[in-house]
Design a protein around this ligand. Structure first.
Ligand code: T4K
Length: 373
């Protein structure tokens, strides 16, 4: 028991199926000697994931960042792209990697996502696309964003790194926009150690994506673009197939944890849990709380207190992307342009949530917040 109490608790832990279930996959790889470049497990995972997620087509990637970089190249995006400062830095980095200027727009206080009401004012003759993020897997206002994109002739690429398996109004959230990208990093709801994907609507787009992630090769002798090496290998793909068998159970446990936190934190003054998103089948990928000024500690003090007790919560996403050196010189990075994002980044704290988190650990975490420790 004492040992358990001293064990560090991280914001997340990857879900790992029993090792013995993975060995037969490895044996097949050893047998076939097919290690990468669209092997049999890769092909099977693309089909099974498209089915599971309820999307038309899906191209696997070695990670979510290269999926983002390639998504922009797929649609030949240039100039300026409107995006959010409240995300993981890879979102904006994918723009810089393509020589595109990010234009930051503020977020909504309820969803933490790009505020559609503020998008139009940021559009210039150089704007070619909008790159919103479904932060924590909570849906963006997809209808309003699409309406603006249609009026101004802009593409929409969703960074859906957190939105694996999320349905909105009974349909996959990943169907919105021109493309969506997923991350299958170890810290995500569905992981392939490292990994990612682009979700696209038709076979022709998938062919272009497949070419771009394979150096631009369209066939053995034709290179159509300066593509990257973004291919997922067979070990990752095999692991993904095994994960898929366990994913519903894993999400169900996340849902239980989410419900326990909500119940146990409901009456703590100054701590608020953003309500579950409406019309959404959620994946419970993160559990953010807002540490308000009515709480007995500041967000930083609570974060430190957790650390002293061996609990490693995270301030996702503090600092804002717009505050990093390569972005802070942009006009759109000024704090006066991003008041909501700045406030959220200063008050949010993500509590541990992952399938193996046990009830004792949840109690340990809640005790720290309610001040019994
Ligand atoms: N867009 C968005 C919106 C994203 O959030 C991300 C990634 C991307 C794009 C890019 O996708 P990828 O290229 O990564 O596929 C983590 C992840 O590295 C990153 O994938 C993720 N977002 C981001 C939100 O979180 P860190 O710096 O917080 O990771 P780290 O190493 O501190 O891990 C957090 C905790 O997880 C650790 O304290 C312990 C636990 N952990 C981590 C790893 C890697 C494990 O238990 N086992 C592990 O193997 O960025």
């Amino acid at each position: 028991m004492i040992e358990k109490l001293n064990k560090p608790i991280y914001v997340t832990q990857p879900f790992l199926p029993p090792l013995e279930e993975f060995l037969p996959y490895l044996e097949q790889i050893w047998e076939s000697k097919w290690l990468t470049n669209s092997g049999p497990f890769h092909q099977e995972l693309e089909k099974k994931l498209a089915d599971y997620l309820g999307v038309g087509h899906l191209a696997l990637f070695v990670n979510g960042t290269l999926a983002l970089v390639t998504a922009l190249q797929t649609l030949r995006i240039t100039g300026e792209v409107i995006t959010t400062p409240f995300s993981f830095v890879a979102t904006a980095h994918s723009l810089l990697w393509n020589g595109i200027k990010p234009v930051f727009v503020d977020i909504q206080p309820e969803t933490f996502n790009l505020d559609p009401e503020k998008i139009e004012a940021a559009i210039t003759p150089h704007t070619t696309a909008i790159m919103p993020v479904h932060v924590y897997g909570r849906p963006c206002d997809v209808e309003k964003i699409q309406k603006i994109a249609d009026i101004y002739g802009l593409k929409v690429i969703y960074d859906a790194a957190h939105a694996f398996g999320v349905n909105y109004k009974s349909e996959s959230l990943l169907k919105h926009g021109d493309l969506s990208i997923l991350s299958f990093h170890a810290t995500k709801v569905f992981n392939t150690f490292e990994g990612g994907a682009i979700v696209c609507p038709d076979a022709k787009t998938k062919k272009r994506i497949d070419d771009l992630k394979n150096f631009g090769f369209a066939d053995e002798v034709t290179v159509v673009a300066p593509g990257i090496n973004g291919k997922m290998n067979e070990v990752q793909a095999a692991f993904g197939l095994l994960q898929l068998k366990h994913i519903d159970k894993a999400i169900a446990r996340r849902r239980e944890i989410d419900a326990q936190y909500r119940e146990q934190l409901s009456s703590v003054t100054g701590i608020s849990c953003p309500p579950l998103p409406a019309d959404t089948t959620y994946n419970y990928s993160y559990f953010p709380i807002m540490v308000e000024k009515e709480y007995s500690l500041t967000r930083e003090e609570l974060y430190e207190k957790f650390r002293q007790h061996g609990i490693y919560t995270r301030r996702y996403f503090y600092p804002l992307i717009s505050e990093f050196p390569m972005y802070r010189g942009l006009t759109s990075s000024s704090q006066s342009n991003l008041p909501v994002a700045s406030k959220v980044a200063d008050h949010v704290l993500c509590l541990p949530i992952y399938p193996d988190l046990d009830n004792e650990s949840i109690t340990r975490i809640v005790y720290i917040i309610v001040g019994r420790k």
